[in-house]
Ligand binder design. Structure first.
Ligand SMILES: *Cc1c(COP(=O)(O)O)cnc(C)c1O
Length: 445
């Protein structure tokens, strides 16, 4: 496969863009990133003209794939031709907020922002403002964007910033606990409960995994927060309008958070974030309340049009049936391949998310988890399936990155850019894409 133009573009980029990229993960692929010329349905075409089945899908926002259906495309073009933005309200923002509030169980009011990072930053500020408390509890290896309050590593007793440039005094207020560890969360609340403003948690670990919750974990967090007067904030930036369809992961798992953060799909492929929740909480934001929140581009008309028409299209067509069915086919197919060729590895994912984690050790894949790990305690492999980010991190990461991913790329399959991120099914993917992908896994694993 000729990848000369990608290599040359990267060479040029290294002089003027830090690490050759504008977001760190894009530099992870070995030996250099693929530079994209265009998307087409479920595929991307690179600057050398190579075509790949694309499971990156913009890192999650592209529920429909690269070809926007006519109504979405028309709405985006109409908005751009009428002036890109105004700094004044539009009806579109109201339409989109109404749609979100109508479909997501815990949401009565919405504030749109411009990235998932902005959404989680604002949600944490809101929780602190509302409760008058400073501490927040997060999950180890959870991801909430590039923000000061959540870039923290360690455990509940010893934690520090995970990035240079963040004061240690910020990390002091952020308590990391392992995902799926109800006992540790309970212990932390016994010790710090009255100082905790919120628990910030992804419904499933989607940036280090995928790791699904074990039965009762989210219910424990719901009870702990309620009992201690803290807020439960679900970060649905990835799962929102993907896992659980239009009702999001909270409808699938049957847990009602106080606040929810959104991003990715809710902007239909344009920069977006949102915070949603009960109106008594949301009205703590300015201009009604005292928690400052603002943004020049917030509620951007092109983004609102793209997001709203995307979700309307999903509501009126078989989008979720299709992506979830393709996801299931992939996970089932992978499960068979893994059972035969790499029984120590774990197939993970749900709905339209899928991935093979290169776990070490563990028994043969058998038992009830047919289309990926469901954290079923009756499954033979229950103990071997990753329960938290550390379990995922102990996998054969170098093999995945240096040996496996390049082989998949050579076979025309674009996997996530590092071993830890989710892979996403879009409406544009076909059964032929599934077959090609499974064939490639079969050869490369
Ligand atoms: C992507 C992501 C974010 C950050 O969103 P950005 O738009 O990249 O700032 C936050 N939380 C989760 C769960 C994400 O997946």
């Amino acid at each position: 496969m000729n990848r000369e133009n990608s290599r040359e573009s990267y060479d040029r980029a290294l002089d003027v863009l830090v690490g050759g990229v504008n977001s760190a993960v894009r530099a992870a692929p070995q030996p250099y990133p693929t530079f994209v010329r265009k998307g087409d349905g479920g595929h991307v075409v690179d600057v050398d003209g190579n075509r790949y089945v694309d499971w990156v899908m913009g890192l999650g926002p592209l529920l429909l794939g690269h070809d926007l259906p006519d109504p979405v495309q028309a709405a985006v073009q109409r908005r751009t031709s009428e002036g890109p933005m105004y700094g004044m309200p539009t009806e579109l923002e109201v339409d989109h907020a109404e749609f979100v509030a109508r479909h997501v169980p815990s949401v009565e009011m919405v504030r749109f922002v411009n990235s998932g990072t902005e959404a989680t930053t604002s949600a944490v500020r809101l929780a602190r403002g509302y409760t008058g408390r400073d501490k927040i509890v997060v999950m180890q290896s959870g991801y909430h964007g590039a923000q000061e309050s959540t870039l923290v590593e360690g455990d509940a007793d010893h934690h520090a910033p995970s990035s240079a440039g963040i004061p240690a005094s910020f990390a002091e207020h952020t308590i990391p606990v392992p995902f799926n560890d109800a006992d540790e969360a309970t212990r932390v609340f016994e010790e710090y409960g009255d100082d905790v403003a919120c628990v910030l948690v992804e419904p499933l670990l989607a940036n280090k995994g995928i790791v699904e919750p074990v039965d009762g974990f989210h219910e424990t967090l719901r009870d702990l927060t309620r009992d201690h007067g803290a807020l439960l904030v679900w970060d649905e930036v990835i799962t929102g309008f993907r896992v659980g369809g239009l009702g999001c992961a909270q409808s699938k798992y049957g847990v009602t958070p106080d606040l929810t953060t959104f991003g990715k799909i809710v902007g239909g492929g344009f920069p977006v974030g949102a915070i949603g929740g009960r109106s008594d909480l949301m009205e703590e934001f300015t201009p009604v309340g005292d928690v400052f929140q603002a943004g020049t581009f917030s509620g951007h008309p092109v983004t609102m049009a793209a997001g709203h028409e995307t979700l309307r299209y999903a509501a009126e067509n078989d989008v979720y049936e299709h992506v979830n069915d393709i996801g299931r086919q992939l996970r089932e197919g992978l499960q068979e391949i893994v059972a035969e060729q790499a029984p120590q590895y774990t197939v993970v994912g749900t709905d339209s998310l899928f991935k093979v984690v290169f776990t070490r050790g563990g028994e043969a894949q058998s038992g009830p988890c047919e289309d990926g790990c469901r954290q079923d305690p009756d499954c033979e492999r229950f103990d071997a399936c990753p329960k938290n980010g550390a379990d995922v991190g102990r996998g054969a990461v170098e093999r995945w990155n240096r040996v496996f991913r390049p082989q998949m790329l050579d076979r025309g399959i674009m996997l996530s850019q590092n071993q830890f991120e989710s892979q996403f099914v879009a409406y544009g993917h076909t059964e032929e894409d599934v077959e090609r992908t499974l064939d490639a896994y079969r050869e490369a694993l």
